[in-house]
Design a protein around this ligand. Structure first.
Ligand code: BDR
Ligand code: CA
Length: 315
C-alpha cells in the first residue's frame, strides 16, 4: 500500500527535485503540497508548487498557501544566490494555470490528517511554521499523524547558514522546537546525511534522457554554481530528495534516537541540539522530551540509484 504524504515546501531547486521524485514513486501518494517562505517568499513558493504539480501531470494536487513569516522572528530576504530570483535557478518557467485552494496550509494539514487518522506522513522540507500553526489549531494531529519526516537540522555536524544552524531550522527556530517536542513520531533527515550524498555533474547530466530529468538538469545549473562558490564542489548536495528517499526506503539510512531541542536565540540560534549522552541524572530542558529518530548515515550509492531510476521512469 502506498504512503499518503503531504510535502510542506519552499520550492526551491532541491524542493522541486524532491517533489518530482515523490510524484514519480509508486510507493507514495501525494495528497497535497503546502507552501512556506524560505528559499523564496511564500507567494512565489505557491506559484512554483502549482507549476511543479502541472509539470508532473498532476494538476489536481491540492496546493495550500502557507504562513508568510516565522512565529516570532522576522523573515528578511529570500536567498537568491542559492535558488535564483525565481526559486528555480532563473529558468523562468511559464505561469501556472491553477490556483491554490481556499484553505490555509495549516487548515489543510489539520483537515487531511483528521480525515485519515494514522495514515498521513508529513514531509516538511522548508521552515516548520505551518506545522507549528497546525499543532496549535488542532493538537490532536500529534496522535493522528503516521510520521513526520523533516528535512532540516544538523545533529552531529555543523550547520550550513553558520556553524550552528541549518537553513530550514534557522528561519523559524521557535516553530522547530515545537515540532521536535510535540510527541509525534519525528524523523530528522538533516545535514548529517544530506550533505553526504552528492549529485555530481556527470550524474545530473545522466538524468537528461527523460523530460523530467532534463528539467532537473536545467534547474540544477544555478544550484551547482552556488555549490561551487560556497563549498568548492562540482556537485549538488541532496537535501530535500533525501527526505523523500527516507519515506520510500528507510533502510537507506542508519538512525540514532534522542531528544532534540532548538536554540531560539543568541549566536547558536537554530541549532538542533540532540542529547546523545544517555545520562539522565540532572533534570534539564531535554529531560522527559520525546525522542527523535535521527538519520546519521546514508547509503548514498543506493539512494542515487533509486533517484536516477525514478526520474528516468517518470518520462
Ligand atoms: C534546506 O534549505 C533549503 O535551501 C533547501 O531547500 C533545503 O530544504 C537545506 O539546508
Ligand atoms: Ca527546501
Amino acid at each position: 500500500m502506498s504512503k499518503k504524504i503531504i510535502i510542506d515546501t519552499d520550492p526551491g531547486i532541491d524542493d522541486a527535485m524532491a517533489i518530482l521524485f515523490a510524484f514519480a514513486s509508486p510507493e507514495i501518494e501525494v495528497m497535497g503540497l503546502t507552501t512556506i517562505y524560505g528559499n523564496v517568499h511564500t507567494a512565489l513558493a505557491t506559484q512554483n508548487a502549482l507549476r511543479l504539480a502541472e509539470f508532473a501531470g498532476r494538476p489536481q494536487t491540492p496546493v495550500a498557501h502557507g504562513a508568510d513569516k516565522p512565529l516570532v522572528i522576522p523573515f528578511d530576504e529570500a536567498p537568491e544566490i542559492v535558488h535564483g530570483a525565481d526559486g528555480l535557478g532563473n529558468t523562468h518557467q511559464p505561469p501556472p494555470h491553477g490556483r491554490p485552494i481556499e484553505r490555509s496550509a495549516a487548515q489543510f494539514l489539520v483537515e487531511t490528517i483528521m480525515a485519515h487518522p494514522g495514515e498521513i506522513t508529513l514531509v516538511p522540507v522548508g521552515p516548520l511554521t505551518n506545522l507549528a500553526v497546525a499543532l496549535k489549531l488542532e493538537p490532536r494531529i500529534a496522535q493522528h499523524v503516521a510520521e513526520v519526516v523533516v528535512m532540516g537540522g544538523a545533529a552531529t555536524v555543523n550547520g550550513n547558514v553558520n556553524p550552528a544552524a541549518e537553513a530550514n531550522i534557522w528561519h523559524d527556530p521557535h516553530a522547530a522546537d515545537k515540532v521536535f517536542t510535540a510527541g509525534w513520531p519525528v524523523t530528522l533527515v538533516g545535514l548529517d546525511v544530506t550533505m553526504a550524498t552528492q549529485m555530481d555533474n556527470a550524474y545530473l547530466a545522466g538524468l537528461r534522457a527523460s523530460r523530467t530529468g532534463e528539467f532537473i538538469f536545467q534547474i540544477s545549473r544555478f544550484y551547482q554554481q552556488f555549490h561551487k562558490l560556497a563549498h568548492g564542489i562540482d556537485a549538488c548536495h541532496t537535501h530535500d530528495p533525501s527526505a523523500i528517499a527516507y519515506v520510500i526506503d528507510p533502510s537507506l539510512f542508519t538512525t540514532e534516537r534522542g531528544p532534540i531541542r532548538v536554540v531560539t536565540e543568541g549566536i547558536a540560534m537554530g541549532q538542533t541540539l540532540m542529547d546523545r549522552r544517555r545520562e539522565w541524572l540532572t533534570p534539564n530542558a531535554w529531560s522527559d522530551m520525546p525522542e527523535v529518530n535521527v538519520c546519521v548515515e546514508v547509503d548514498s550509492a543506493r539512494l542515487l540509484a533509486l533517484y536516477q531510476q525514478r526520474i528516468s521512469a517518470a518520462g
